[in-house]
Design a binder for this molecule. Structure first.
Ligand code: AHR
Length: 710
């Protein structure tokens, strides 16, 4: 096999798949099918069960969560009402006060609404200063537009809650009316009496069922009666959230995360940690405690890009805050990896730095207490009060995101010495700047090598070809230095106006090729996560993303299936995988890596073919002991598309899906499956040595061959 052939084969693949000649078909597709491939000498790949085994970290494949693309509010946080506590810069953004003329309700509206400010931090709404004061004589109605509409599913229950204070002597009833996008009434809840409580706030709740499915609905809060009342925290959630938690997360989106079996979850970002200014940075303490008290702030992605990617209505309600992130990590059986601000705002924006680092270091110390301290400690007590007396078992903490040069190194050093002293058990993650090479990157590594981060966070958003050319990136990394956290990466290729097209099959294919290199170097790379994770199709700022969604549906991209394939076949040890004594990192357009699980019962061979030709390969297995001679069956998972441009969209979610096929010891026992020749296990000599898997890796495909060694 030769590397030179690789470039030619790659060009052929791109040409045949339309990347070079603009034809959107995979010419090689027909030859990928059974019985129609050129007779070429099989490449030989050797998997050695004895030599240089290295361990795979349980945290190897994880997820990166950032509130970008409306990933939190308007996304995984299932709240349907936008600006529920009137805390956006414009307190009525997202709301419309109805009058007789501009409403299909055709009612005699005669009330008025006044936004009132509580003034400084009064209980019970510490960080939530405004509320609505409403006077009504007969009918009053306000309409909320939701986050680019609201999703309702027919037959599903929805829970509306609001903090209210009804003036003595008033008589008020409340009804919820759901409209479609044109303003037509679709269904309503029954009227509910609101109790007069005068001076005290109380929380009212009503549950109603949706009669129709709507992806783009709106909600009218209708008040009938006479008198006056105050309202705040007007909130509407589906009852069936993830684990049915009131005020919880969208079940379909969390399920997709769960199905990735992530080893860790990094949160809350990303640049959102830094903020455009320090005031705008992510401060975890403002995101915990009662939801109604959390301080809403501008989301930094509101103005980062020009129209149409800007979003004037992008704020952070912090309904999804640090407690919920830790809880999500626990639900996913993933290690929590919070990243904290290190006293620096984004160097691309204001570049503001904090003169006094003490509050930032204190935030880090307090966060460790919030996560791990017992309930006798102040922050452990807060966690207990919030419903989680058990610790969250925090082990990792990131200091800063994408900062560079001495401003960062000097601050990181101070954090490191203080945190290591107080909490030697916590593994620190440092940044290495925004680029994967160059002066900032090299400087970062040379300084960090002299310090003690457990992991250094590297980011690479690059063209697909970069991923192919860098599959050997970590082969020469220093084995003694800090480990690597490939904290944000994605292949950025061509796309069309359809948002999801940025997640082409080709981008996923090249990421898979690259990931074999991460896996081969699992002694250096201990964590890796694709980024960003989630994107609202109607409100995105950044693409590609791992999962796209609208108000009701979500779709897994080809890139998601690649992440899932590696994560589910993580194994615990990497086995040496070579062709002609070299790692398989692009020779003849093939990329390969192999892992085995702890008990040694499973072998996971990943083989990526990026060329336009089918590639016959003999995979020779040696040094795997007795179990191997009993390995008579296996399972082939293949990800392949009809075109390099293929992508999954919300309208067509199944364009690129993994196929699963069982195989055994004879070629195609019942004929080709799905049109593909099955691999088969061949024992050429006696005993466990000399066994091989005869396999034809289809053109442009990601493959997992899973062997049961029991
Ligand atoms: O993933 C989107 C952004 O890319 C992250 O916020 C930042 O860390 C990187 O520049």
């Amino acid at each position: 096999m030769s590397v030179a052939v690789n470039c030619i084969a790659l060009i052929a693949f791109l040409a045949s798949t339309g990347f070079l000649n603009n034809k959107n078909t995979l010419k090689a597709q027909s030859s990928a099918r059974s019985g129609n491939h050129k007779q070429v000498q099989p490449a030989s790949i050797l998997i050695d069960g004895v030599k240089d085994r290295i361990s795979v970290s349980p945290t190897m494949w994880g997820i990166f969560f950032e509130d970008i693309n409306f990933a939190a509010d308007g996304g995984i946080y299932a709240e349907l009402i936008k600006n529920r506590s009137f805390e956006f810069d414009n307190p009525l953004m997202g709301w419309r006060i109805l009058d007789e003329k501009n409403s299909t309700l055709k009612l005699d509206f005669d009330g008025k609404l006044l936004i009132t400010n509580r003034g400084q931090s009064t209980q019970p709404h510490k960080g939530n200063h405004r509320y609505a004061h409403i006077e009504l004589g007969h009918f009053f109605g306000v309409e909320n537009e939701g986050f680019r509409g609201m999703g309702f599913k027919a037959g599903e229950p929805y829970r509306f809650t609001a903090d209210i204070r009804v003036k003595k002597g008033s008589k008020v009833e409340l009804q919820l009316v759901v409209l479609d996008s044109t303003g037509r009434i679709q269904f309503r809840s029954p009227f509910k009496d609101l109790p007069e409580i005068s001076d005290n706030w109380s929380t009212m709740e009503t549950v109603f069922s949706a009669d129709k499915t709507l992806t783009n609905g709106r909600l009218v809060v209708l008040l009938k009666g006479a008198g006056s009342l105050d309202m705040d925290m007007l909130s509407l959630f589906p009852v069936h959230t993830w684990k049915d938690r009131p005020g919880g997360l969208r079940a379909d989106l969390v399920q997709k995360l769960y199905d990735l079996h992530p080893g860790f979850i990094r949160f809350p970002g990303g640049c959102i940690v830094e903020g455009r200014t320090l005031v705008n940075r992510y401060q975890w303490k403002n995101t915990v405690g009662p939801v109604a008290e959390r301080t809403t702030i501008t989301n930094r992605w509101q103005t980062e890009f020009k129209a149409p990617r800007n979003a004037p209505d992008y704020f952070q309600s912090y309904g999804l805050g640090f407690y919920e992130y830790f809880q999500l990590a626990e639900d996913l059986h993933a290690e929590p990896l919070p990243i904290l601000n290190c006293g620096m705002a984004c160097q691309y924006n204001s570049g503001e730095v904090a003169a006094d680092l003490e509050p930032y270091i204190q935030d880090a110390l307090d966060l460790i207490e919030f996560a791990n301290g017992d309930s006798s400690t102040p922050y452990g007590h807060l966690r207990t009060q919030m419903g989680h007396p058990e610790p969250f078992h925090l082990k990792y903490l990131g200091v800063g995101n994408e900062q560079w040069e001495s401003q960062y190194f000097d601050r990181y050093k101070i954090f490191e010495s203080r945190l290591k002293l107080a909490h030697p058990e916590i593994q620190l993650v440092s940044g290495s700047g925004p680029y994967n090479s160059g002066k900032w990157f090299d400087d970062a590594w040379s300084v960090l090598r002299t310090l003690h981060p457990s992991l250094v966070d590297e980011h690479y958003y690059a063209p697909p070809e970069w991923f192919l050319n860098n599959a050997g990136r970590y082969d020469q990394y220093d084995r003694q230095g800090p480990k690597v956290f490939a904290g944000e990466y994605a292949a950025h290729g061509k796309s069309t106006t359809v948002p999801e097209s940025a997640n082409s099959f080709y981008s996923a294919l090249t990421e898979a090729a690259f990931m074999t290199g991460l896996e081969r170097n699992a002694d250096v790379v201990r964590m890796a996560s694709y980024a960003p994770l989630l994107a609202n199709i109607n409100a995105w700022q950044w693409r590609p993303d791992l999962i796209w969604f609208d108000n009701l549906h979500s779709v897994a991209t080809p890139n998601y299936y690649v992440q899932q394939l590696f994560s589910l076949a993580k194994g615990t040890e990497v086995l040496q995988t070579s062709a002609n004594h070299q790692p398989v990192k692009g020779q003849d357009s093939l990329y390969a890596s192999t892992t085995m699980d702890a008990a040694g019962h499973k072998l996971y061979i990943k083989l990526v073919n990026v060329s336009s030709d089918n590639k016959p390969v003999d995979i020779v297995l040696q040094g795997l002991g007795q179990g191997l001679s009993r390995a008579m069956k296996g399972r082939w998972t293949m990800l392949k598309a009809d075109s390099a441009y293929a992508y999954n969209s919300l309208n067509q979610p199944d364009q690129v899906q993994p196929k699963h096929m069982d195989f055994g010891t004879s070629p195609n026992p019942k004929g080709a499956v799905n049109g593909y020749e099955l691999p088969f296990i061949k024992n050429e000599r006696k005993g466990s040595e000399g066994m091989k898997i005869k396999f034809t890796a289809p053109s442009g495909s990601v493959n997992l061959l899973e062997l049961d060694l029991k």
